[in-house]
Design a protein around this ligand. Structure first.
Ligand code: GMT
Length: 390
């Protein structure tokens, strides 16, 4: 029996943590020799260029005049089934329950060969969408019809079980980071641009949705800058942008805040930060905290959702209750004014990112799940790589 698998992956291909995780996982699986087929409405943004063993299948949506709303979900399900048959997929791994898990369920019913479905829950599919009862029923269907379900933190597993009364097991698969991409870099050229007078740099990276509490980012920065000359660098764009700019103006911080907008590749920019701010209201994991951690940058943020599973309070950053900007500002000031504490924390960050959230480790957990649901033996041990802090 062949050892490598044919794996289909569906995700939201535009900017966003779930798309990043799905794409990076696909790349790692392809490096391992599996054939990976992305089935998405556009090319995932981290996938451009040629990658051995990776194939891209675009979902096209018919635009007949009879349709008031183009049936994207049905087109996706049909494409999934077509790719599954043509490419003899063993597994279809979908990221985000709505609509992907439900589309996979439809596709499974359309193909002749056995097709196993894995659904990975990323957070907002559970924490926000399921407030609507009819959506909750749909998510429950997608979850229960999958052959395996994974979630990116213990907190998200707990919330899924409680909110949807799910009784089936859910595997924990944390977000991961590739140390070949995320590592402390020399970024003196950015430092000169962002903080020309040698100020400290606080950074926030997100899609500027209300759950990110970006007003808190500005308010924390305001307090920090009163004590320690600093600059705030924002990366990303989204619905809260105008309100954020208004708050920056209101506090007279225009000269000290930089908006870089959407950036596809943040790995190079993260090392320039002294502190990453993540005061979210909801956060199933907080991939950006992990990416910063891998670059040696501690996070100061909230205790929301899965953040405490990523950031160890007092070891790799500091966490406070949601909305407690005074405490977050004090933590930043402490970090930025104590070089010994900062150096220790920065070391801890790199070590923890490279061990607990190493890409090989998490990729193998996903691989284990694929082999388990297929009832197959795992690949021989000599092929395994070990995660170390080196
Ligand atoms: O954070 C976002 O708004 C994007 C969202 C997504 O669906 O892409 O991110 C979610 O999935 C990421 C990858 O698993 C997690 O790291 C983020 O914490 C999670 N976001 C929320 O829970 C708000």
């Amino acid at each position: 029996m062949k050892e490598t698998l044919n794996i289909g992956i569906t995700c939201y291909p535009s900017l966003g943590g779930s798309g990043v995780v799905a794409t990076e996982l696909g790349k790692l699986l392809a490096e391992r020799g599996h054939q990976v087929h992305f089935i998405t409405h556009s090319m995932p943004f981290r996938l451009s260029g040629y990658h051995k063993n990776i194939f891209y299948h675009e979902v096209e949506v018919p635009d007949y005049h009879v349709f008031k709303y183009p049936p994207y979900d049905l087109s996706l399900a049909a494409k999934m089934a077509q790719v599954a048959q043509m490419q003899k997929l063993d597994v279809l791994h979908v990221h985000y329950a709505i609509p992907h898990a439900v589309c996979a369920y439809l596709a499974k019913g359309m193909v002749e060969q056995p097709l196993k479905v894995v659904t990975t829950l990323h957070g907002t599919d559970i924490t926000i969408l399921t407030h609507d009862e009819s959506m909750a029923d749909l998510v429950r269907l997608g979850i229960n019809a999958s052959d395996a379900v994974t979630a990116v933190s213990n907190d998200l597993i707990r919330e899924t079980v409680e909110r949807l009364h799910i009784t089936r097991p859910i595997d924990l698969t944390y977000n991961f980071v590739d140390k070949r991409v995320y590592y402390p870099r020399d970024c003196s050229r950015y430092r000169t641009d962002f903080a020309p007078c040698g100020e400290k740099i606080l950074m926030h990276v997100s899609n500027f949705r209300p759950v990110k509490r970006i007003q808190d980012v500005v308010d924390v920065f305001y307090r920090v800058n009163e004590e320690v000359p600093s600059r705030l660098v924002f990366i990303g764009e989204g619905p809260e942008m105008s309100r954020t700019m208004a708050r920056v103006r209101e506090l007279g911080l225009e000269e000290r805040v930089l908006f870089l907008g959407k950036q596809d590749e943040v790995a190079e920019l993260l090392s320039v930060a002294d502190v990453m701010l993540l005061p979210s209201e909801k956060e199933s994991f907080g991939l950006v905290a992990l990416e910063a951690m891998a670059c040696g940058v501690p996070t100061v943020g909230s205790t929301a959702g899965g953040i405490p599973e990523v950031v160890t309070h007092g070891e790799t950053g500091y966490l406070s209750p949601v909305g407690d900007v005074a405490s977050m500002a004090d933590d930043c000031i402490r970090l930025l004014t104590d070089p010994t504490l900062y150096a220790r924390m920065s070391e801890n960050c790199i070590h923890r990112a490279r061990t607990a959230f190493c890409n090989d480790l998490i990729m193998r957990q996903y691989e284990d799940i694929y082999y388990r649901i297929l009832g197959r033996e795992r690949r021989p041990a000599e092929l395994e790589r070990v995660c170390t802090a080196e």
